[in-house]
Design a protein around this ligand. Sequence first.
Ligand SMILES: Nc1ncnc2c1ncn2[C@@H]1O[C@H](COP(=O)(O)OP(=O)(O)OP(=O)(O)O)[C@@H](O)[C@H]1O
Ligand SMILES: [Mg+2]
Length: 384
Amino acid sequence: MTTSGQTSPRLAVRRLTLTDFRCYSRLRLETDARPVVLTGPNGAGKTNLLEALSFLTPGRGMRRATLAEVSRKDAGEQAPWAVAAVLDGPVGRVEIGTGREAGSERRTVRIDGQPAKARELAEIASALWLTPAMDRLFIEGAGGRRRFLDRLVFGQDSGHAARATAYEHAMRERTRLLKNGGADGGWMSALEDAMAREGIAVAEARRTAIARLDVACAEGLGPFPAARLTLTGEVEGWLDQMTAADAVDRLRGALRVARARDEAAGAATLGPHRSDLGVRHAAKDLPAGQCSTGEQKAVLVSIVLAQARVRTALTGLAPLMLLDEVVAHLDQVRRAALFDELAGLNAQSWMTGTDEHLFDGFGDRAQFFRVVDATVHPGNTGHP
Ligand SMILES: Nc1ncnc2c1ncn2[C@@H]1O[C@H](COP(=O)(O)OP(=O)(O)OP(=O)(O)O)[C@@H](O)[C@H]1O
Ligand SMILES: [Mg+2]
């Protein structure tokens, strides 16, 4: 990593290069550190660009796609693809390259040209995203909320991903062992012990992160509503009543007792994989799921802005904000407040929309691009 004298300390993508990624055969985009606004017609490639940026962080990106899904169709299902970026930030300039090499089933990551693990990306950049698919987050099943919850926790505590993966791995192995009827006592006990230790660690990390975020959300932010966040889950509840060590013992014991029931269910019926994130609109004192579409969007925006503040305070590194079609749901007062907040954030934001005029309130605090048919053209800057 080299430190460039004149760079802003704001974490920002300065160059983005895509190769055979989704609709882009090749794209090279240069940006400054200001928020980026991408406008253009439906199907132009706006969301694909945000998705490419989401691959600069660990995980499967904001659409949870497989490596094959993002390969450009005309290049073939097995075709390699690449996302490369030059980022400037508090630690200087870093080059990230990621993608799929020919014939590989794993995502390749390079940091400053050196092979690296995807999890190492977390030390350089994190991202928070809101997508139209998340509009139903408060209404649909708990799975989506749990993923959202764990991403928020991960943004505050990068060890969370490893614990959650270890828990899920042990859980899957135990379910398989139960299904095969092979309750080899020692191996089964070892898996339940791993589930208990990792599971309670997962629950504790969630409690800590959500408690912090609840405090930040309770303030609200201008026209964005205050929200109250809670965790619901049997295991999380235990941690109100006992020490973590006692909760590990209790979960281990409960799993042992539940073997027959879990065998019949074909899944573990107890554990933090069944927890949920509860969100209430504080002023209305209503569950977020019972609020209007616009109010739900505003609550989601409140949560991600609060998370950005919490993460920045904790780590000194603000997250890149990827806001796909968020602005269209917001009235003018909320749009102005969002732009003010994003302009002041110590990391770049990327926003999309079909209507460029909705972003007028940014003025020259943002840079504008027009996306048409998988090409990106510089748009108006500093327009009235
Ligand atoms: N693997 C792929 N290969 C080629 N094209 C793809 C691939 N995956 C998606 N596309 C196409 O990319 C195009 C752009 O998609 P994208 O979601 O980025 O559009 P958008 O600009 O966000 O549009 P909207 O305003 O409707 O949200 C779509 O036509 C989509 O079908
Ligand atoms: Mg889109």
